[in-house]
Design a protein around this ligand. Sequence first.
Ligand code: PSU
Ligand code: MN
Length: 301
Amino acid sequence: MIPMSYSAEVANARASGGAIVALESTIITHGMPFPQNVETARLVEDDVRAAGATPATIAVLDGTLHIGLEPNQLDALGQARGVAKLSRADIAACIATGETGATTVAATMIAAHLADIHVFATGGIGGVHRGAEHSFDISADLQELAQTPVTVVGAGAKAILDLPKTFEVLETLGVPVIAYGQDMLPAFWSAQSDLRAPLRMDSPAAIARAQQMRTAMGLKGGQLVANPIPRDAEIPADVLAPIIAQALSEADAKGITAKQVTPFLLGRIFELTAGQSLVANIALVRNNARLAAQIAVAMQK
Ligand code: PSU
Ligand code: MN
């Protein structure tokens, strides 16, 4: 038996067959500073509701897997210290030992699938880190997309990564990467990278049908929808490039490794852009939540 708990709102949506969108919690505990993390999580939930779906923010609280957080639980998680960052490797241990942890993209996909939720919105997935040929640091998010049938809406992969290698690995793993409404892949804080997207779709209904067809054909796994940040909120890639390079060299000098890499880089880029990266991050997550809700509604039809 898995100790699972549904928020009141998610329980209602399940009973009435309403569309549900999963949301992750690592972005709250490790991706953004307090109080913007909690404010953003609330805004994102409201964006999902406004688009006609129900938000299910996922986290492990004292050994219970929560599918949907009540407002007080979200508040507490956003201020808690020492929360574990859970992926496929550690989510079961966290539940079994009664601890508290925030779910990454990989762990949120696992939980969403257990709860029969097919669509999930995040900021950007993890991927192949720069220098992975030495560190072997490749996010478990990529393997998860290959095996768990959840459509993940992100602004591509985070631009701190080696984006060409990230998309090569996704292709190897058989993960459809779908740019929404443009030919090029986005680069998280920037609407355009210089990489052409393998697939392009222009409607939520098309994305919903593609996931359903994969499942009908017995193809395992989900798909990544790469949704560009709204133009008025983006930071151009050439402005960010030197800042990302500086954050990466500091991480290297400090010997930051494993799970600490992504939170360290996001934190340094926040400081080096005087908070502009966070403004953009909030805008892109909200934009992803709106599209995910439209896809979830289309899947219910
Ligand atoms: N999107 C954001 N901010 C984040 C993340 C996503 O806008 O902090 C998190 C997700 O939980 C993702 C994780 O799974 O970063 C990647 O971590 P790693 O590189 O250690 O796999
Ligand atoms: Mn990693």
